[in-house]
Write a protein that binds this ligand. Sequence first.
Ligand SMILES: *Cc1c(COP(=O)(O)O)cnc(C)c1O
Length: 425
Amino acid sequence: MERNTQQMFELARHFIPGGVNSPVRSFKGVGGSPLFTRKGKGPHIFSEEGNTFIDFCLSWGALILGHAHPIIVKDLQDAVKQGTGFGTATRAETELARLIVDAVPSIDQVRLTTSGTEAVMSAIRLARAYTNKNKVLKFSGAYHGHADHLLTKCGSGAATLDIPDSAGVPEDFSRHTLTIPFRDAEILHHTIEKHHQDLAAVILEPIQGNHGLNVPERKYLATLRELCDTYKIILIFDEVITGFRISYGGAQQYFHISPDLTCLGKIIGGGLPVGGYGGKREIMKLLAPEGAVYQAGTLAGNPLAVTAGISTLKWLKEHHPYPILSKNTGYLERECNQLLQKYHYPLEVHSHSSMWGFKNKRNKEGARGVFLLSFNQLFHALLSQGVYISPSAWEVNFLSTSHTQKEVSQTLDKLEKALKKIKEE
Ligand SMILES: *Cc1c(COP(=O)(O)O)cnc(C)c1O
């Protein structure tokens, strides 16, 4: 087998559309051949070509304990000997569900799926059944997986009916989806008051992480909660990134706002494919087999995936790493910004808890283009120094518990070298 990235990519492209099984991995935004990873350990990944990187993408946030954490590896080794799946109930599923219910106060019951996309799709189906209404309101910049009716953008910038953002989605499919700007209370009021009679749910990432890092004020979320109560609309927090990331109880615990339904993914699978959605018993009981809302999965609650989730949540519960994660991320943010300023580089880093990303320093005409070009240049300069960040300017990065002060300092050294190199070019 080829070990040269370009050759590996060509071969992959022959057999897999675009060479990847998820588009953003392809480096299409930043250019060049994508990374082929051979293995990971702690904060590091090792490429097929033999290079080592400090990894801040961390499987898009799933790996809060870093790569191949010894406890997860050990628990998975024990579990795999018992069989890889049965398609029956297992006690491990109850254990993971119980850990989630204990951690997240708004969740009485949780149903496990194999991805975040499925969790979101199913939560919306459930909200529609519970309210007997059709429309769903979401916010621009948010990503909720790739379900047809959520792959939309706003037609005119106001809350008009959405048009599909992907080929292959009939316009009809997004007829019930509305999108408005995030963090604008006036538009929120107006839209909900106008559409509430047929509005089943409002779905949001309580902290947006898929289009830059966007943190709302608590007041905005409280307003949203009130409006949903007034008009009997189901409030869905998509905590696929923020769950067990912002705090052990997710962003809802941090903001003290209780949604009706919560979607989870990423961290609850400890790096294996798991999603989940949960909420009040009164709503969850509508799910089949108890109720009339159908949702299923051959591999849902798979014993290996559930085992990795249990090990991760137990570790987080016991060690409570959130203050130290925030502290290290805050330090990384401040020091990165000092360096970016020193080299007059037109990017800025910002962070929240252990999520961090880049933002546009200038807010002028044409700034978006400069932002993207600067990001791409820095991405490649960092890559050649041995630092892997998400290959998209819009995606956030993460810190894991395996990123110690040492890796953070090394990253800052590498950033300075990267900036020097860019300047010399
Ligand atoms: C990753 C993500 C999803 C989709 O999860 P998949 O497991 O990729 O299907 C949904 N919502 C948010 C906020 C995400 O970050």
